[in-house]
Design a protein around this ligand. Structure first.
Ligand SMILES: Nc1ncnc2c1ncn2[C@@H]1O[C@H](COP(=O)(O)OP(=O)(O)O)[C@@H](O)[C@H]1O
Ligand SMILES: C[C@@](O)(CCOP(=O)(O)O)CC(=O)O
Ligand SMILES: [Mg+2]
Length: 328
């Protein structure tokens, strides 16, 4: 039996635009998904995923393509719920050439689903690491990141960046532009997260931005302008200039909002943080619902968010220096 964990992340800047080759800066945070993998000799894949929004369920099915899980839940929900784990196991078979071996896979996660904190990447990264090690193969974080990216790319209909998966596999603050992924130095950032209790559909939101970008030149320009914000933000990050970082985060949120991926509760939390004196605040990840990230070294933002209508949870997040961790 092997156990691996991997962190979630927030985007300081650049989500969505990163899908079209602009740079982005995600930071891994200390909220983790943990995956336990154990071989089965009968070739079946059994997934225990109690945190899924299907009220918690266990599925058992053959690894055979096209075979559907025997669970009483709508097909579309099941597909959405299981395809990241399926994709991770496919990558494991691709690495090890042992596709007649099955697995018991157990997922435990502190990362809310579909909330912009990269739960999918953390689950895929830790599943690939645990299941390959269970078959005696140990991959470097870079290779886990690449294979996890292929999984997200396939699940999100060919529209995914390497940002979430690279960040989760390697930890720390990273800069991703196309296939150029690297670690960057970041000061200790006073990150505060607000969570509205909801979720957005990453695939749908990414498609919405793609359509806008194809329809309007000014939407394509908006995506490029987000890239300009990121390029400016890199200097501010290197200098540890929180005020400038906050100003750029505010600008980034405005442009994401223009691209249609914010929501009433995300905007409400962003304004709650700004009114409390945060240096800046923006949504993180795909949007539609879920989380915002703010910069504030004082307790004010966290307190204000906990009283903001639409905010269900507010907490401080520490940078996760380590990406994938091998626990057993
Ligand atoms: N605890 C978990 N157990 C099983 N699958 C999970 C878990 N957390 C996330 N996932 C997978 O990731 C998907 C959510 O990913 P996504 O929509 O990209 O949102 P995000 O990455 O922002 O959390 C879920 O539908 C599910 O397939
Ligand atoms: C919108 C996007 O830039 C980030 C999605 O992040 P999350 O899955 O919502 O945590 C998509 C991507 O980079 O693949
Ligand atoms: Mg995701």
């Amino acid at each position: 039996m092997t156990v691996s964990s991997a962190p979630g992340k927030v985007y300081l800047f650049g989500e969505h635009a990163v899908v079209y080759g602009e740079p982005a800066v995600p930071c891994a945070i200390e909220v983790r998904a943990q995956v336990t993998a154990e071989q089965r000799t009968d070739g079946k894949l059994r997934v225990h995923a109690d945190d899924l929004s299907l009220d918690g369920f266990t599925v058992e099915y053959d690894g055979t393509a096209g075979e559907h899980p025997h669970v009483d839940a709508p097909e579309s929900l099941l597909m959405a719920a299981t395809q990241y784990v399926d994709g991770a196991i496919e990558q494991v078979y691709d690495v090890t050439d042992e596709d007649d071996i099955g697995f018991d896979v157990t997922i435990e996660s502190d990362i809310p689903l579909g909330a912009g904190l990269g739960s999918s990447a953390a689950v895929v990264v830790s599943a690939i690491d645990a299941a390959t090690r269970e078959l005696g193969v140990t991959l470097e974080p870079d290779e886990i990141a690449e294979r996890a990216y292929r999984t997200e790319h396939a699940v999100q209909d060919g529209q995914a960046s390497r940002a979430d998966t690279f960040c989760s596999a390697t930890g720390g603050a990273v800069r991703v532009e196309g296939d150029d992924c690297r670690a960057i130095d970041a000061p200790d950032l006073p990150l505060v997260i607000g969570f509205d209790g909801g979720a957005g559909d990453t695939g749908e939101l990414v498609s919405g931005v793609r359509d806008l970008r194809e329809e309007y030149d000014f939407a394509a320009d908006t995506v490029e302008t987000i890239g300009d914000i990121v390029r400016n933000g890199e200097d501010a990050l290197a200098a540890g200039d929180l005020e400038e970082l906050g100003r750029l985060m505010n600008f980034n949120h405005g442009l994401l909002s223009a691209l249609g991926v914010s929501s009433r509760s995300l905007d409400s939390m962003v304004w709650g943080a700004r009114d409390a004196g945060a240096h800046g605040a923006k949504l993180t990840g795909a949007g539609g619902g879920g989380c915002i990230v703010a910069l504030d070294p004082t307790p004010e933002t966290e307190t204000a968010l906990s009283f903001t209508p639409g905010c269900e949870d507010a907490f401080r997040a520490e940078l996760a220096e380590t990406g994938v961790k091998r626990l057993e």
